[in-house]
Design a protein around this ligand. Structure first.
Ligand code: ATR
Length: 270
Protein backbone atom coordinates (compact mmCIF):
# COMPACT_ATOMS: atom_id res chain seq x y z
CA UNK A 1 0.00 0.00 0.00
CA UNK A 2 2.90 2.35 0.68
CA UNK A 3 4.61 1.72 -2.63
CA UNK A 4 1.30 2.29 -4.45
CA UNK A 5 0.85 5.52 -2.51
CA UNK A 6 4.41 6.71 -3.32
CA UNK A 7 3.79 5.98 -6.99
CA UNK A 8 0.44 7.82 -6.93
CA UNK A 9 2.13 10.90 -5.47
CA UNK A 10 5.13 10.68 -7.81
CA UNK A 11 7.58 10.12 -4.96
CA UNK A 12 10.73 8.15 -5.77
CA UNK A 13 10.54 6.33 -2.44
CA UNK A 14 10.41 2.61 -1.62
CA UNK A 15 8.90 0.68 1.27
CA UNK A 16 10.83 -2.50 2.09
CA UNK A 17 10.56 -5.19 4.74
CA UNK A 18 13.57 -6.21 6.83
CA UNK A 19 13.63 -8.96 9.42
CA UNK A 20 15.54 -7.78 12.47
CA UNK A 21 16.41 -9.81 15.55
CA UNK A 22 15.33 -7.97 18.72
CA UNK A 23 18.97 -7.96 19.90
CA UNK A 24 19.84 -5.92 16.81
CA UNK A 25 16.95 -3.47 16.94
CA UNK A 26 18.96 -0.53 18.31
CA UNK A 27 21.67 -1.04 15.67
CA UNK A 28 19.10 -1.43 12.90
CA UNK A 29 17.32 1.80 13.85
CA UNK A 30 20.62 3.67 14.08
CA UNK A 31 21.68 2.25 10.72
CA UNK A 32 18.46 3.27 9.01
CA UNK A 33 18.85 6.77 10.41
CA UNK A 34 22.49 6.95 9.34
CA UNK A 35 21.45 5.97 5.81
CA UNK A 36 18.88 8.77 5.89
CA UNK A 37 15.83 6.57 5.61
CA UNK A 38 12.67 8.68 5.84
CA UNK A 39 11.29 6.37 8.49
CA UNK A 40 10.34 2.90 9.62
CA UNK A 41 7.42 0.81 10.72
CA UNK A 42 8.01 -1.66 13.51
CA UNK A 43 6.02 -4.74 14.33
CA UNK A 44 6.01 -7.60 16.80
CA UNK A 45 8.09 -7.78 19.00
CA UNK A 46 9.72 -4.39 18.47
CA UNK A 47 6.96 -1.94 19.34
CA UNK A 48 7.63 -1.85 23.08
CA UNK A 49 11.40 -2.26 22.86
CA UNK A 50 11.70 0.77 20.57
CA UNK A 51 10.16 3.10 23.16
CA UNK A 52 13.52 3.25 24.94
CA UNK A 53 15.50 3.64 21.74
CA UNK A 54 14.02 6.81 20.24
CA UNK A 55 15.67 10.22 20.47
CA UNK A 56 12.20 11.68 20.99
CA UNK A 57 8.67 10.38 21.41
CA UNK A 58 5.58 11.92 19.88
CA UNK A 59 2.57 12.29 22.22
CA UNK A 60 0.95 9.29 20.50
CA UNK A 61 3.83 6.97 21.44
CA UNK A 62 3.87 8.31 25.00
CA UNK A 63 0.12 7.95 25.43
CA UNK A 64 -0.23 4.46 23.99
CA UNK A 65 3.14 3.21 25.25
CA UNK A 66 4.34 1.66 22.00
CA UNK A 67 6.11 2.74 18.82
CA UNK A 68 5.02 1.38 15.44
CA UNK A 69 6.22 4.32 13.32
CA UNK A 70 9.59 6.06 13.32
CA UNK A 71 10.38 9.29 11.50
CA UNK A 72 13.98 10.33 10.98
CA UNK A 73 14.62 14.06 11.08
CA UNK A 74 17.87 15.55 9.89
CA UNK A 75 19.15 18.55 11.83
CA UNK A 76 21.15 21.47 10.45
CA UNK A 77 24.30 19.66 11.63
CA UNK A 78 23.45 16.78 9.27
CA UNK A 79 22.74 14.37 12.10
CA UNK A 80 19.52 12.36 12.11
CA UNK A 81 17.20 12.10 15.07
CA UNK A 82 14.60 9.35 15.50
CA UNK A 83 11.08 10.29 16.58
CA UNK A 84 8.70 7.51 17.66
CA UNK A 85 4.97 7.61 16.92
CA UNK A 86 2.04 5.28 17.44
CA UNK A 87 -0.48 5.08 14.60
CA UNK A 88 -2.07 1.76 15.68
CA UNK A 89 -4.29 3.11 18.42
CA UNK A 90 -6.13 5.73 16.35
CA UNK A 91 -6.42 3.26 13.47
CA UNK A 92 -8.63 1.05 15.64
CA UNK A 93 -11.12 3.84 16.15
CA UNK A 94 -10.92 4.97 12.50
CA UNK A 95 -11.58 1.44 11.24
CA UNK A 96 -14.50 0.83 13.61
CA UNK A 97 -16.10 4.11 12.55
CA UNK A 98 -15.54 3.53 8.86
CA UNK A 99 -16.37 -0.16 8.57
CA UNK A 100 -19.07 -0.55 11.18
CA UNK A 101 -20.20 2.96 12.16
CA UNK A 102 -19.88 1.97 15.81
CA UNK A 103 -20.46 4.86 18.23
CA UNK A 104 -17.85 3.99 20.86
CA UNK A 105 -18.58 6.56 23.51
CA UNK A 106 -21.03 4.91 25.88
CA UNK A 107 -20.74 1.50 24.22
CA UNK A 108 -20.35 -1.84 25.97
CA UNK A 109 -17.37 -3.71 24.59
CA UNK A 110 -15.99 -7.21 25.00
CA UNK A 111 -12.32 -7.31 24.04
CA UNK A 112 -10.65 -10.70 23.64
CA UNK A 113 -6.85 -10.72 23.76
CA UNK A 114 -4.33 -9.05 26.04
CA UNK A 115 -1.12 -9.13 24.01
CA UNK A 116 0.32 -6.05 22.32
CA UNK A 117 -2.69 -5.46 20.07
CA UNK A 118 -5.17 -6.12 22.87
CA UNK A 119 -3.39 -3.72 25.19
CA UNK A 120 -3.43 -0.90 22.63
CA UNK A 121 -7.11 -1.52 21.87
CA UNK A 122 -8.04 -1.56 25.56
CA UNK A 123 -6.22 1.72 26.26
CA UNK A 124 -7.70 3.37 23.18
CA UNK A 125 -11.26 2.21 23.95
CA UNK A 126 -10.97 3.47 27.53
CA UNK A 127 -9.72 6.81 26.20
CA UNK A 128 -12.80 6.89 23.95
CA UNK A 129 -14.96 6.57 27.09
CA UNK A 130 -16.69 3.32 26.28
CA UNK A 131 -19.18 2.68 29.09
CA UNK A 132 -18.05 -0.83 29.94
CA UNK A 133 -15.00 -2.77 28.87
CA UNK A 134 -14.81 -6.52 29.47
CA UNK A 135 -11.33 -7.95 29.06
CA UNK A 136 -10.95 -11.65 28.32
CA UNK A 137 -7.68 -13.46 27.73
CA UNK A 138 -6.40 -17.03 27.83
CA UNK A 139 -3.85 -15.82 30.39
CA UNK A 140 -6.14 -13.93 32.74
CA UNK A 141 -3.32 -12.14 34.58
CA UNK A 142 -2.41 -10.23 31.41
CA UNK A 143 -5.96 -8.88 31.15
CA UNK A 144 -5.78 -7.86 34.81
CA UNK A 145 -2.50 -6.08 34.19
CA UNK A 146 -4.06 -4.08 31.36
CA UNK A 147 -7.04 -3.13 33.54
CA UNK A 148 -4.56 -1.86 36.16
CA UNK A 149 -2.64 0.07 33.53
CA UNK A 150 -5.85 1.78 32.34
CA UNK A 151 -6.83 2.71 35.90
CA UNK A 152 -3.37 4.21 36.38
CA UNK A 153 -3.10 5.99 33.06
CA UNK A 154 -6.67 7.21 32.79
CA UNK A 155 -7.72 7.70 36.42
CA UNK A 156 -10.71 9.81 35.38
CA UNK A 157 -11.97 7.35 32.75
CA UNK A 158 -15.71 6.75 32.89
CA UNK A 159 -15.16 3.25 31.57
CA UNK A 160 -16.17 0.47 33.95
CA UNK A 161 -13.54 -2.25 33.64
CA UNK A 162 -13.97 -5.94 34.32
CA UNK A 163 -11.97 -9.05 33.58
CA UNK A 164 -14.11 -11.91 32.29
CA UNK A 165 -17.17 -12.44 30.09
CA UNK A 166 -20.18 -10.13 30.43
CA UNK A 167 -23.53 -11.54 31.56
CA UNK A 168 -25.58 -9.19 29.38
CA UNK A 169 -25.50 -8.02 25.75
CA UNK A 170 -22.70 -5.85 24.33
CA UNK A 171 -22.47 -3.44 21.42
CA UNK A 172 -19.11 -4.66 20.19
CA UNK A 173 -16.98 -7.79 20.42
CA UNK A 174 -13.40 -7.33 19.29
CA UNK A 175 -10.82 -10.04 18.72
CA UNK A 176 -7.26 -8.87 19.36
CA UNK A 177 -5.74 -12.35 19.75
CA UNK A 178 -3.71 -14.01 17.04
CA UNK A 179 -6.18 -16.88 16.99
CA UNK A 180 -7.70 -17.04 13.51
CA UNK A 181 -4.50 -16.30 11.61
CA UNK A 182 -3.87 -19.97 10.86
CA UNK A 183 -6.33 -22.01 8.86
CA UNK A 184 -8.31 -24.28 11.15
CA UNK A 185 -7.87 -21.97 14.15
CA UNK A 186 -10.95 -22.02 16.38
CA UNK A 187 -12.77 -18.86 17.44
CA UNK A 188 -11.11 -17.15 20.44
CA UNK A 189 -14.55 -16.59 21.97
CA UNK A 190 -16.03 -19.16 24.37
CA UNK A 191 -19.64 -19.24 23.18
CA UNK A 192 -20.72 -21.26 26.18
CA UNK A 193 -19.82 -18.18 28.26
CA UNK A 194 -20.88 -15.53 25.74
CA UNK A 195 -23.28 -16.50 22.92
CA UNK A 196 -22.70 -14.32 19.87
CA UNK A 197 -26.38 -13.41 19.52
CA UNK A 198 -25.71 -11.12 22.48
CA UNK A 199 -23.41 -8.97 20.30
CA UNK A 200 -24.49 -6.32 17.80
CA UNK A 201 -21.18 -5.95 16.02
CA UNK A 202 -18.09 -8.15 15.83
CA UNK A 203 -14.67 -6.90 14.73
CA UNK A 204 -11.75 -9.25 14.15
CA UNK A 205 -8.30 -7.67 13.95
CA UNK A 206 -7.25 -10.65 11.84
CA UNK A 207 -7.64 -9.78 8.15
CA UNK A 208 -6.16 -12.86 6.55
CA UNK A 209 -8.12 -15.10 6.16
CA UNK A 210 -10.82 -12.50 5.46
CA UNK A 211 -13.41 -14.53 7.36
CA UNK A 212 -12.19 -16.19 10.52
CA UNK A 213 -14.16 -18.78 12.50
CA UNK A 214 -15.24 -15.93 14.78
CA UNK A 215 -16.56 -13.77 11.94
CA UNK A 216 -18.31 -16.75 10.32
CA UNK A 217 -20.08 -17.58 13.59
CA UNK A 218 -20.88 -13.91 14.19
CA UNK A 219 -22.46 -13.55 10.75
CA UNK A 220 -24.52 -16.69 11.35
CA UNK A 221 -25.69 -15.17 14.66
CA UNK A 222 -26.87 -12.05 12.81
CA UNK A 223 -24.09 -9.68 13.89
CA UNK A 224 -22.60 -7.03 11.64
CA UNK A 225 -18.93 -7.90 11.08
CA UNK A 226 -15.67 -6.53 9.73
CA UNK A 227 -12.13 -7.82 9.61
CA UNK A 228 -8.90 -5.99 10.49
CA UNK A 229 -7.96 -4.74 7.04
CA UNK A 230 -9.25 -1.26 7.85
CA UNK A 231 -6.94 -1.07 10.86
CA UNK A 232 -3.97 -2.07 8.76
CA UNK A 233 -4.94 0.56 6.19
CA UNK A 234 -5.41 3.40 8.66
CA UNK A 235 -2.23 2.80 10.66
CA UNK A 236 -0.38 2.82 7.33
CA UNK A 237 -2.11 5.93 6.04
CA UNK A 238 -1.21 7.89 9.16
CA UNK A 239 2.40 6.67 8.99
CA UNK A 240 2.52 7.77 5.34
CA UNK A 241 1.41 11.26 6.37
CA UNK A 242 4.02 11.40 9.14
CA UNK A 243 6.84 10.49 6.74
CA UNK A 244 5.79 12.51 3.70
CA UNK A 245 3.85 15.40 5.22
CA UNK A 246 1.24 14.81 2.51
CA UNK A 247 -2.34 13.48 2.77
CA UNK A 248 -2.40 9.72 2.22
CA UNK A 249 -4.15 8.62 -0.99
CA UNK A 250 -6.51 6.32 0.93
CA UNK A 251 -8.36 4.80 -2.03
CA UNK A 252 -5.07 3.90 -3.76
CA UNK A 253 -3.72 2.38 -0.56
CA UNK A 254 -6.88 0.40 0.10
CA UNK A 255 -6.90 -1.00 -3.42
CA UNK A 256 -3.23 -2.01 -3.23
CA UNK A 257 -3.75 -3.59 0.16
CA UNK A 258 -6.78 -5.60 -0.93
CA UNK A 259 -4.94 -6.77 -4.00
CA UNK A 260 -1.84 -7.76 -2.02
CA UNK A 261 -3.74 -9.53 0.72
CA UNK A 262 -6.67 -11.10 -1.10
CA UNK A 263 -5.68 -11.03 -4.77
CA UNK A 264 -7.77 -9.42 -7.49
CA UNK A 265 -10.88 -11.50 -7.37
CA UNK A 266 -11.30 -11.95 -3.63
CA UNK A 267 -13.74 -10.06 -1.52
CA UNK A 268 -12.48 -8.36 1.59
CA UNK A 269 -15.11 -9.73 3.91
CA UNK A 270 -16.48 -6.25 4.57
P1 ATR B 1 -0.02 -9.18 19.29
O1 ATR B 1 1.06 -8.16 19.34
O2 ATR B 1 -0.48 -9.52 17.89
O3 ATR B 1 -1.15 -8.84 20.21
P2 ATR B 1 0.95 -11.04 21.24
O4 ATR B 1 1.37 -9.90 22.09
O5 ATR B 1 1.82 -12.23 21.10
O6 ATR B 1 0.64 -10.55 19.77
O7 ATR B 1 -0.50 -11.51 21.78
C1 ATR B 1 -1.16 -12.61 21.28
C2 ATR B 1 -2.55 -12.70 21.91
O8 ATR B 1 -3.24 -13.83 21.35
C3 ATR B 1 -2.55 -12.93 23.41
O9 ATR B 1 -3.72 -12.37 23.96
C4 ATR B 1 -2.59 -14.46 23.49
O10 ATR B 1 -3.09 -14.99 24.70
P3 ATR B 1 -2.09 -15.21 25.95
O11 ATR B 1 -1.86 -13.85 26.54
O12 ATR B 1 -2.80 -16.12 26.84
O13 ATR B 1 -0.83 -15.80 25.37
C5 ATR B 1 -3.57 -14.75 22.39
N1 ATR B 1 -3.45 -16.12 21.89
C6 ATR B 1 -2.49 -16.62 21.11
N2 ATR B 1 -2.71 -17.92 20.85
C7 ATR B 1 -3.86 -18.26 21.50
C8 ATR B 1 -4.63 -19.46 21.64
N3 ATR B 1 -4.25 -20.59 21.04
N4 ATR B 1 -5.75 -19.41 22.39
C9 ATR B 1 -6.13 -18.28 23.00
N5 ATR B 1 -5.46 -17.11 22.91
C10 ATR B 1 -4.34 -17.10 22.18
Amino acid sequence: MHNAAFAALGLNWRYLAFEVHPDNLRTAIAGAGAMQFAGLNLTVPHKLLALEMMDALDESAKKWGAVNTVKFETGTDGRTRSVGFNTDADAIVAALREDLQVPLTGAKVLLVGAGGAGRTAALRLAAESVAELFLVNRTRSKAEKIADEIRKQFPSTKTVLSVGYPQAAVDLVMNATSLGLKSGDPSPLDESKFPLRRAKVVYDMVYNPPETALLGAAKAAGCRVANGLGMLLHQGARAFEIWTGKPAPLAVMRRALEQAVYGNARETGH
